[in-house]
Design a protein around this ligand. Structure first.
Ligand code: MG
Length: 202
């Protein structure tokens, strides 16, 4: 629920009711704003996404649109940016608009070695066109090596810029696999993301 300013709320009322709703003092105005008669409906939706890519020698390690120097990188049709793919799925999921594979199929020659930031930009546009704005994104990358911490601020900045968000609306954490499973053995990179979106006020 979002509060309207009292003046705007009163303007939305039928003419005959406006006078009785126009407050005479500031206190009365505040009192009315804090009461539910001038609230309009805003709906929130949440989405989840994850992605896993095998790591192989001779591939560039790209995460969050940032090139991280390392001797292995994700195998994929595009640049294999697992973090961006997980965020795209979280955003699309929140809006019930399908998933990243459906919008950017790995059989399409156009996406061969493509920067996944193109997908993210397009997903941002799809959401805006459907009447949503992004509230925040939270994400985690699972990678044994190299250490991601020094790169996180740049990754956050890049993701936020593509989606026209403030960096404070994008959160990214990094975790190792503690030597266990495909992540721990350094065979794969995994990313998980959640996104909260809200309807844009008319
Ligand atoms: Mg992927």
């Amino acid at each position: 629920m979002k509060r309207l300013t009292l003046r705007r709320a009163v303007r939305r009322l039928p003419k005959s009711e406006r006078a009785s709703h126009t407050p005479r003092t500031t206190e009365e105005s505040q009192f009315r704003i804090h009461n539910s008669e001038f609230r309009i409906h805003t709906s929130y939706r949440v989405g989840i996404g994850n992605d896993l890519h095998r790591l192989a020698a001779g591939r560039k390690l790209i995460l969050g649109g940032v090139h991280i120097p390392f001797d292995k990188g994700p195998v994929g049709h595009s640049d294999g940016d697992a973090l961006i793919h997980a965020i795209c799925d979280a955003l699309l999921g929140a809006a019930a608009l399908g998933d990243v594979g459906q919008h950017f199929p790995d059989t399409a020659p156009a996406w061969h070695d493509a920067s996944s930031l193109i997908f993210l930009r397009q997903v941002g546009r799809l959401l805006a066109a459907a009447g949503y704005k992004i509230v925040n994104i939270d994400s985690t990358v699972g990678l044994e090596k190299p250490k991601l911490a020094p790169h996180i601020p740049r990754m956050v900045k890049k993701i936020a810029a593509v989606l026209h968000l403030k960096p404070s609306q994008v959160s990214l954490k990094a975790k190792t696999g503690e030597g266990l499973g495909a992540i721990g053995r350094g065979e794969a990179v995994r990313a998980d993301a959640v996104a909260l979106i809200q309807t844009i006020e008319p």
